[in-house]
Ligand binder design. Structure first.
Ligand code: NAP
Length: 285
């Protein structure tokens, strides 16, 4: 497989703060090569103070579109011309499409997360109970996905309680059948809530390199063997958090399948072509 970069090549990429370890460039460029498309996917490391300029630069440089990653999924919304309906309800954007200078924001994390649960761990969300660590841009997509699929109860634990409260306030009116409770991260209710839960999702950025041995769980004995423990971070594949969960007998999954599935949806928005999940997963396995 060979690629020609020439005057017709369309540029896509990812904008984030710490993207040295992102696997998105590898995944997207392999999909581009496999399907012989005139595209090239690049990493753009952007400081928060330059975020607006970088987004306006998408228009100026005629970039076809970008993924948005940590920590800009919520912050980017105000710089866009339009936000697609479900991304607007989620309140975070991980994909931007540039149509002749008009920028539209989408959230493909929602479908990526759902698909990883269905296809990689065969987890049925309906009527289950969840504990979520974190209330940032990724958490919003995950909580929205769980609510859309009929989860019974969600307990959000976050360092900054106000952000968890805002999620409850934004989402509760649309999902009256599900209950959402919020707690500060060091809440004594943690034990009780985890014992009742079927799935625990860690959406915090704690554990990202170089802090790979940081975990938001105060005591590893709180993990339960009957839990599905999900950690959005995929580099390294098993952080301390997932190793402790696995030791307790819990089933574990990291963020790689979600990264691939959300990437497939973004790729489709930019190119009109939707690669097979299995084919895309082979790139990183
Ligand atoms: P974000 O919007 O910046 O949110 C970060 C979250 O982590 C917030 O809830 C924050 O709490 C919490 N946090 C950060 N440092 C903490 C600390 N020292 N102690 C306790 N909590 C802390 O980031 P994001 O976009 O949600 O991304 C979160 C992580 O998910 C990143 O590592 C990202 O790479 C990963 N991710 C992976 C995928 C995938 O496809 N696998 C998709 C999306 C995101 P506060 O609210 O108190 O600041």
């Amino acid at each position: 497989m060979k690629r020609d970069i020439n005057g017709k090549t369309k540029i896509i990429g990812v904008i984030g703060k710490n993207i040295e370890n992102s696997l998105s460039p590898l995944i997207h460029n392999q999909m581009i090569l496999k399907h012989s498309l005139h595209f090239c996917y690049l990493p753009f490391q952007v400081a928060e103070t330059d975020l607006n300029k970088a987004i306006q630069g998408i228009k100026a440089l005629n970039i076809r579109g970008v993924n948005i990653t940590f920590p800009y999924k919520e912050k980017v919304v105000k710089f866009l011309d339009e936000v697609e309906e479900s991304a607007r309800r989620v309140g975070s954007v991980n994909t931007i499409v540039n149509n002749k200078g008009f920028l539209t924001g989408y959230n493909t994390d929602v479908i990526g997360f759902k698909r990883s649960l269905q296809e990689d761990v065969e987890f049925v969300i309906k009527k289950k109970k969840a504990v979520i660590f974190g209330a940032g841009g990724a958490a919003r997509g995950i909580i929205f996905a769980l609510l859309e699929e009929g989860i019974e109860e969600i307990c959000i634990f976050n360092r900054t309680l106000e952000k968890a409260k805002k999620i409850k306030q934004d989402f509760s009116p649309f999902f009256p059948e599900s209950s959402i409770d919020v707690f500060p991260l060091k809440e004594e209710n943690l034990k009780n809530k985890i014992e009742r839960a079927h799935i625990l999702v860690n959406t915090t950025s704690l554990g990202m390199p170089p802090q790979i041995d940081k975990t938001p769980l105060p005591d590893e004995k709180l993990f339960q063997p009957n839990l599905l423990v999900y950690y959005l971070i995929y580099h390294p594949a098993k952080t301390l958090f997932l190793r402790q969960a696995e030791k307790s007998g819990a089933k574990i999954i990291n963020g790689l399948p979600m990264l691939v599935y959300q990437g497939i949806e973004s790729f489709y928005l930019w190119t009109g072509l939707k690669p097979e999940g299995k084919e895309a997963l082979k790139i990183i396995r």
